[in-house]
Design a protein around this ligand. Structure first.
Ligand code: HEC
Ligand code: HEC
Length: 385
């Protein structure tokens, strides 16, 4: 590995080393941009930015995949065999570094930089995997929707967030390392990642020439993309198990009797016992008298019970499935709802088009479907009706 492939340039006759090839530079800056967009949309902006977040995340994973292929088929400095240090080489480098400045300069990645490259590539892949698992288990969409069970706890989103915090830390360390090395060597490493060149100096550790195989690399990347894409399409097209009953299938009696004062609440938002408790007290229904003839009430209760949260495998159903039936509370009075909406400006709920926190459909375009996907959130503008 490094020890064999790197030799000491006897002297620096060539004024510059061509270190980073065009693909590598494009990769580097595109990855920096896509990870930045993914971090900003994920940490700072709300769920309505999820499309841009997904796009940036998918781009980052594709870039990393291409980079890994390039690590085997690219020119000398792009290759893993050139820069991945053996433990012994890493220890020697650290020892030298702690004792003072190492004399010999690595023109490519130095052993610590190489570890950072690997950590960043792995972190992006881990973020892609946990993001996909969050879509599948959390939101019941995407290729893993039929494979992972719906999670209430947000396990995948929490793992995804933890990894995102780790990559943020890695980026800070990476920037620190670049600044430190640039100072130490008196050469702007960020600019070298733009121009691709570094000054040649005597004693530089350079890599022996290795031919790049761009056509082979492109073919492998295209094959991976095509097979990955086909797998995603095939898996995403599989029918869901225990989906919520579609709004189009709500019986007319439910729309007539239970969607006159408010939106038609999806039956999967409550357990069977919670619906029964609510239906048993229609004369004292959130301060209103919503009494119904016994027969109509029984018909609606039976339908609600048959389509309640227990029968559905999605996130909203799992969130409120275990809600205690008594007292009958509105969902916005539950800790689950409050946690999900803790970052939503309370003033929004007072807008005329919203008027009540229980008017879920004002902000969740898919509320009647029982899905409450972050893809379908749109906050009504001030003073529109
Ligand atoms: C007379 C008007 C009226 C009728 C009819 C009515 N409701 Fe309600 N319902 C309300 C009000 C008011 C609230 C309190 C929530 C709010 O402020 O929007 C409420 C709240 C609810 C909630 C709690 C919402 C939440 O946020 O969890 C559910 C569930 C509900 N109603 C179901 C029903 C069902 C089922 C029927 C038909 C049997 C029905 N309602 C008929 C007025 C009505
Ligand atoms: C004023 C607009 C508004 C109303 C009304 C509203 N929500 Fe939300 N809801 C949001 C926003 C915005 C988010 C995303 C919050 C975030 O990402 O920080 C959200 C998030 C959610 C989520 C999580 C989506 C995800 O990311 O998986 C669920 C579930 C949900 N709301 C259910 C409800 C229910 C049920 C109601 C009605 C009882 C309701 N919401 C009423 C704005 C609203």
């Amino acid at each position: 590995m490094m020890n064999q492939s790197q030799i000491l340039a006897p002297d620096a006759r060539a004024a510059r080393h061509q270190v980073w090839d065009v693909f590598l530079r494009l990769f580097h800056w595109s990855l920096a941009a896509s990870v930045t967009v993914a971090l900003v949309t994920g940490f700072l902006l709300d769920a309505s930015w999820v499309r841009l977040h997904l796009g940036a995340g998918i781009l980052a994973v594709i870039l990393v995949m291409a980079r890994i292929v390039w690590g085997f088929a690219g020119p000398a400095y792009a290759r893993f065999e050139q820069f991945l240090p053996r433990p012994g080489a890493l220890r020697a480098y650290l020892r030298e570094h702690l004792a003072g400045a190492p004399r010999r300069r690595h023109v490519g990645h130095n052993p610590l930089g190489a570890l950072m490259v690997v950590a960043l590539l792995l972190a992006v892949l881990g973020l892609g995997a946990t993001g996909l698992a969050y879509l599948g288990g959390g939101l019941k969409t995407g290729p893993l929707a039929t494979i992972l069970p719906a999670t209430q706890t947000g396990f995948w989103s929490e793992t995804h967030e933890a990894l995102a915090a780790i990559i943020l830390g890695l980026i800070v360390l990476h920037l620190g390392g670049v600044i430190h090395e640039s100072r130490r060597c008196g050469e702007n490493l960020a600019r070298a990642m733009v121009t691709g060149c570094k000054e040649a100096r005597s004693g530089d550790l350079v890599a022996p020439h290795r031919p790049a195989r761009p056509i082979l690399a492109a073919a492998v990347v295209l094959a991976l993309l095509a097979s990955g894409g086909a797998a995603v399409v095939a898996l995403s097209g599989r029918p869901l198990q225990d989906p919520p009953v579609a709004a189009a299938e709500f019986p007319a009696v439910y729309a007539d009797e239970c969607a006159a004062c408010h939106m038609a609440y999806h039956p999967a938002l409550r357990s069977a016992s919670s619906w029964q408790a609510l239906m048993a007290r229609l004369d004292d229904h959130f301060g209103e008298d919503a009494s119904l003839p016994d027969e109509t009430g029984a018909e609606i209760t039976a339908w609600l019970t048959a389509n309640s949260a227990e029968t559905v495998d999605n996130r909203p159903a799992s969130l409120w499935r275990d809600l205690s039936p008594l007292p009958v509370v509105a969902l916005p009075d539950t800790p689950q709802w409050q946690e999900l909406h803790e970052n939503v400006d309370p003033a929004l709920f007072k807008r005329r088009a919203v008027y009540s926190r229980s008017n879920c459909a004002a902000c969740h375009r898919d509320a009647e479907s029982g899905w409450f996907s972050p893809f379908a959130i749109s906050i009504p503008k001030e003073n529109t009706q």
